[in-house]
Design a protein around this ligand. Structure first.
Ligand SMILES: *Cc1c(COP(=O)(O)O)cnc(C)c1O
Length: 392
């Protein structure tokens, strides 16, 4: 019997039992539209505002600075398209990085087609953005800096506080895609000088289909969705009450257990990394060795296709990923692995394992034991590997 081992928590997470329970009454009992004026709607409205406060609290924001959206991708689109647009009299230049999620990268490419100029900053071999390069890229017409808090593929955490400080000193808006970091890392929008922050429910044991955008009080932003007057006239659409209640609960739980969760995951992650690097030859760790998300490990195995690894792991009930969910299935290697300087043939052999609080040492040991066999088997069939061994 194959028990499932889920190691793809960067793609999505299991809804926490308490989150699920908290959501249930808002489907069949308090199902009113919170915008209605009768008493019955008050229950839903109250629940939404309580969730807004929970979401705000763990990043030290005011609840009136939190806006609910349909997903993290929408939050990224909204922050970039609509904030930039609101400040276009200042200029039409945006700074971002080469390792952003496609929700940011493809939005920036869209902005270029609309006549904006975008600077895509390089990162070093660990995936860290250079503050000097950022300073040098800022121009009088720069309107927005968008740098992710932590990378979804290689886990590297970016110097967000320093970036926020630079942005503030230059009077440039600072947006961060914190979808992987929100609820996983201690964030403080005040201390870090963040003006706009994107997050998503399903990456922190909340439901799918609910996103959040923090918008600092006083920051101008146009609506992305036009229609009703929801979310203080800034985001039309009937509120997803169960989703909002769920993400509020998920944020509360994440905030209450963050330190112990980070400590536990870090120990498991480091055990996994140490074993893989010690026991599997021609293998490298991608991303920063220590300054990375506590649940992320990402490796490249030379002479191997990431997809083959995934298929063989799947046969054992192991859910893993090669790069991001969006890139798997495509033949292009991950833009993140290319940006950290890996050649195509190595970037193709990547494997991302992302843990949760349910992950156990036994599961990880099983995966490493099997991975050793799988890698050896695939290399035995690889002509590249054979050639390389002959040439040694
Ligand atoms: C998952 C993810 C997104 C997209 O969030 P959705 O809610 O799935 O739209 C954006 N950015 C990063 C870094 C992510 O990991």
């Amino acid at each position: 019997m194959n028990k499932r081992i889920y190691l793809d928590n960067a793609a999505t997470t299991k809804v926490h039992e308490e989150v699920f329970t908290a959501m249930l009454p808002y489907f069949t009992q308090s199902y009113a539209n919170p915008s209605a004026i009768y008493t019955f709607a008050g229950e839903a409205k109250k629940a939404v505002e309580a969730a807004r406060a929970q979401v705000a609290k763990i990043i030290n924001a005011g609840m009136e600075e939190i806006y609910f959206t349909g997903c993290g991708s929408e939050s990224d689109n909204w922050a970039i398209k609509a904030a930039a647009e609101a400040y276009r009299e200042k200029g039409r230049h945006i700074i971002t990085t080469k390792i952003e999620h496609h929700a940011v990268l493809h939005t920036c490419q869209y902005m270029e087609r609309q006549g904006w100029e975008v600077t895509y900053l390089d990162v070093d071999e660990n995936g860290t953005v250079s503050l000097d390069a950022l300073q040098a890229a800022i121009r009088p017409d720069t309107v927005l800096i968008s740098v992710m808090t932590a990378n979804n593929e290689i886990g590297t955490i970016e110097p967000i506080s320093e970036i926020g400080k630079i942005a503030r000193e230059h009077g440039v808006l600072f947006h961060t895609d914190a979808v992987q970091a929100y609820g996983h890392l201690a964030l403080d929008v005040e201390a870090m000088n963040i003006d706009l922050l994107s997050a998503s429910g399903h990456k922190l044991n909340g439901p799918k289909g609910i996103g959040m955008l923090y918008i600092r009080k006083g920051v101008k932003i146009h609506p992305l969705l036009h229609g009703g007057a929801q979310e203080r006239n800034r985001r039309a659409g009937t509120l997803n009450v169960p989703g909002i209640v769920g993400v509020g609960k998920a944020a509360e739980i994440a905030g209450a257990h963050m330190e112990e969760k980070i400590a536990r995951e870090t120990a498991l992650r480091d055990h996994l990394i140490t074993r893989v690097l010690a026991e599997i030859p021609h293998c490298r760790l991608n991303g920063h060795r220590t300054n990375r998300l506590s649940n992320n490990a990402n490796f490249c195995f030379r002479f191997i296709e990431g997809e083959s690894l995934l298929i063989l792991l799947d046969q054992l009930g192991v859910c893993a990923s090669s790069g991001s969910a969006c890139t798997s299935g495509a033949l292009e290697p991950s833009h993140v692995l290319l940006a950290i300087g890996l050649p195509h043939e190595i970037a193709h052999g990547s494997l991302r394992l992302t843990l949760s609080e349910e992950t156990t040492m036994e599961e990880l040991d099983f995966v490493v034991d099997e991975l050793k066999k799988i890698v050896a088997r695939l290399r035995d069939m690889s002509p590249l590997y054979e050639d390389s061994m002959k040439n040694q």
